[in-house]
Design a protein around this ligand. Structure first.
Ligand SMILES: [Zn+2]
Ligand SMILES: [Zn+2]
Length: 166
């Protein structure tokens, strides 16, 4: 599983975001940097509301609109990756200094697992050779259901209540 980003990484991504905002003549508000920091201190995948509620719980005053708009900016400048697992909702995860990985998603509770398997990289290289393409990246999602039914049901309950689920 993922772990929160290193302190050096957090400083570095702040610098990248700062110059991105400057170049685009966008305002460098403290709230935007707080959203960025929250994301890089987080683990794994989350939706926009997860971030919003987590910041509120942590006592940070930031509007929902600011969270959404900052997420868009972070996706644009490549610091955050936006993914859709299954149905409708979008998930975000940090993109800088984060290893290439793939996902397994539960169709019932929406649980997202990350894994890293070098064999997938080998398949990527092989397919590139066969098809005469320089493949640069891929996005691979497996869908299924949790073997642990109890934990799965618990997460499903959490989803219904609208609380935070990891
Ligand atoms: Zn991931
Ligand atoms: Zn499940």
């Amino acid at each position: 599983m993922a772990h929160p980003a290193h302190e050096d990484t957090i400083q570095l991504v702040k610098e990248i975001f700062r110059s991105y905002l400057k170049e685009g003549n966008q305002r460098q508000t403290p709230e935007r940097f707080m959203v960025l920091e929250e994301i890089y201190r987080a683990d794994g995948h989350f939706d926009a509301d997860d971030i919003f509620f987590r910041m509120q719980e942590g006592g940070t005053r930031v509007s929902r609109a600011t969270v959404y708009n900052t997420l868009d900016l972070l996706v644009e400048c490549g610091l955050v990756q936006k993914q859709q697992f299954g149905k409708s909702q979008y998930y975000y995860e940090r993109a800088y200094a984060y290893q290439q990985h793939d996902h397994i998603i539960c169709n019932e509770c929406g649980h997202v697992l990350e894994f890293c398997d070098p064999r997938i990289g080998e398949i990527q290289d092989m397919l590139g050779k066969i098809h005469g393409m320089n493949i640069e990246s891929h996005s691979l999602h497996f869908y299924g259901t949790c073997e642990n039914v109890e934990a799965c049901d618990k997460r499903k309950e959490g989803l219904k209540k609208g609380s935070l689920v990891n």
